[in-house]
Design a protein around this ligand. Structure first.
Ligand code: GDP
Length: 193
């Protein structure tokens, strides 16, 4: 089956978004860092599967090697299934993402979100960055432009509407994301003709 994968650091609102998308309840209180297998759900009709990959990022009490293993598992899964993965949704926290990226940028450090964004592009999986928790963000355009900049996309963000999707999963306003994903699914269909 054609697949859409969901990736993102811990606590960005992945479970909340999954619940919004599928109507299922997810254990938002799940202990972070516990390695779990990808979860598959029907989405947007029976022909698509939505795959929730384990959250990643700083997790209190989780040893470095377990975190690395989680990341390796995610990358392997995507590489191994790249053919059928038609789009990826990279969920970030709109309020915190730029600061986290800047804090983790250095001579020998690439922030997870940036790394994942480029990795997905390298394996030819179209990426939608679901910029979540926008209900907490006041300087919306500025924040989104900054995020574009960090991801190597020329601002203004508005010219990247198929890539940058500001949402609030908690409030159920996720249309920019679903629209962007649908766009990529249609593109993939067209390429098959
Ligand atoms: P996960 O670890 O990525 O699965 O994140 P969760 O879905 O468990 O959400 C983490 C926290 O962020 C919870 O307290 C959620 O209520 C909160 N959250 C999720 N989405 C939003 C949102 O759109 N806006 C706000 N303000 N909070 C959110």
């Amino acid at each position: 089956d054609a697949e859409v994968v969901l990736v993102g650091r811990s606590n960005v609102g992945k479970s909340t978004l999954m619940r919004e998308l599928t109507g299922h309840t997810f254990d938002t209180g799940q202990r972070p860092g516990v390695t779990r297998s990808p979860n598959h759900f029907d989405w947007a009709g029976p022909d698509f599967v939505l795959t929730d990959l384990p959250g990643f990022g700083f997790m209190e009490g989780v040893p470095e090697d377990v975190r690395e293993q989680t990341k390796t598992d995610i990358v392997r899964y995507i590489e191994g299934n790249a053919e059928k993965i038609l789009a990826a949704v990279l969920v970030v926290d709109g309020k915190a993402a730029v600061d986290i990226i800047d804090r983790h940028s250095g001579p020998d450090e690439v922030p997870y979100d940036v790394e994942m964004f480029h990795f997905l592009r390298d394996v030819d999986v179209p990426v939608v960055v679901a910029v979540n928790k926008m209900d907490k963000v006041d300087d919306r355009d500025e924040r989104l432009d900054e995020l574009c900049d960090r991801l190597g996309l020329y601002p203004p963000w508005k010219q990247w509407q198929n890539t940058i999707a500001p949402i609030s999963a908690k409030r159920g306003s996720i249309e920019p994301m679903t629209d962007a994903v649908r766009h990529h699914l249609h593109e993939a269909e067209r390429d098959d003709l």
